[in-house]
Design a protein around this ligand. Structure first.
Ligand SMILES: [Zn+2]
Length: 347
């Protein structure tokens, strides 16, 4: 049986954003489902510790870190129009980033085969210079830099299937050929970045791959995006570790987006990632929670990913399949992206 690590810490609930869509009930719903289903007992707990200043500075500017801390200490309740904070948010954010670091270390040390970090606040919108979009520090980006700077890896891939573009992660690695950033996201949608033409710069050119999908894209369109763009790019890059910005706001019930993924669809994407990771890097996968705002859908979607990592069969979820909709034809877009990234002709 696969050994799958789980990062969770009650401190994550103390990032208290009551009334905001990104609130502590999300993690409570996920943990309740893991308990009820008995899944929690088959996961290996990984203790999160706190990211240090040096850890944060792997990605973030010292002034930005000081600013975030100062605003929270001053008692502010929001860092911008979208990003709520409370008295304990800074501590929670340090432990969220620290959780991803420990999960990455546990996977790299072979203590577990793969891991899932149930952390908040999420991270993928946080840029080197700004906290934004519900995110304080970029948990996954910090883990990627850590793996390269301190664990000797040469190539780390980040797959971001959150429904929003991970502008912060893209910015952190835009000129860096050691990190391949692959994103599927709804377009147009917040934060407005991630056009297919954004492909990196300087020596990082070609190491950012964006697949901006139209609204109503569902299981089938995401599967095709993975099959014809993300997986071929991943195989060409030959990562030594795959980090996943796992947001579940592409689910058809999500209140913040207009996509049509189902839990079965998330299962399929995770199966493809697991297979690619097994083929390329000994199965070394670290998932980290980003968005997902329908409490039931995000909990069951996390469960379907964990079931894949554990090798369990699919457990049918309460929402089931997406209702029929006008599925967009994404093939022309995927062909253009394959052309830009020289992935050969579409099959
Ligand atoms: Zn999102």
């Amino acid at each position: 049986m696969a050994r799958v690590g789980l990062v969770y810490d009650p401190l994550y609930l103390e990032h208290d954003t009551d009334g905001h869509p990104e609130n502590a009930e999300r993690l409570r719903a996920i943990m309740a489902l893991l308990e009820e289903s008995g899944l929690r007992s088959s996961l290996t707990p990984i203790a999160a510790d706190d990211a240090t200043q040096a850890d944060l500075e792997l990605v973030h500017q010292p002034e930005m870190i000081r600013w975030v801390r100062g605003r929270i200490e001053a008692g502010d309740t929001a860092l911008d129009m979208d990003t709520a904070v409370s008295a304990r948010s800074y501590e929670a954010a340090l432990r969220a980033a620290g959780g991803c670091l420990r999960a990455t270390d546990a996977v790299l040390a072979g203590e577990v085969d793969s891991a899932f970090c149930l952390v908040r606040p999420p991270g993928h919108h946080a840029t080197p210079g700004h906290a934004m979009g519900f995110c304080l520090f970029n948990n996954v980006a910090i883990a990627a830099r850590h793996a390269i700077a301190r664990r000797g890896l040469e190539r780390v891939a980040i797959v971001d299937f959150d429904v929003h573009h991970g502008n912060g992660t893209q910015e952190a690695f835009y000129s860096d050929p050691s990190v391949l950033y692959l994103s599927t996201h709804e377009s147009p949608l917040y934060p407005g970045t991630g056009t297919w033409r954004e492909a990196g710069t300087g020596s990082g050119l070609g190491f950012t791959v964006n697949v901006p999908l139209p609204m109503n894209s569902g299981d089938q369109e995401y599967r095709r995006a993975f099959e014809v763009v993300l997986l071929p790019a991943l195989r060409r890059f030959r990562p030594e570790l795959v980090l996943v910005s796992a947001g579940f706001d592409g689910h058809f019930t999500d209140p913040l987006a207009w996509m049509c993924l189902s839990c079965a669809g998330y299962r399929e994407l995770t199966l493809m990632l697991r297979q690619a990771a097994e083929e390329l890097c000994g199965g070394r996968l670290v998932f980290s929670l980003e968005g997902g705002y329908d409490l039931t859908a995000q909990a069951w979607s996390v469960r379907s990913c964990l079931d894949v990592l554990l090798g369990n069969p699919f457990a049918s979820d309460p929402h089931g399949a997406a209702p029929p909709s006008n599925s967009p034809d994404v093939e022309p877009l995927l062909a253009v992206i394959r052309g830009l990234h020289r992935l050969g002709s579409s099959s």
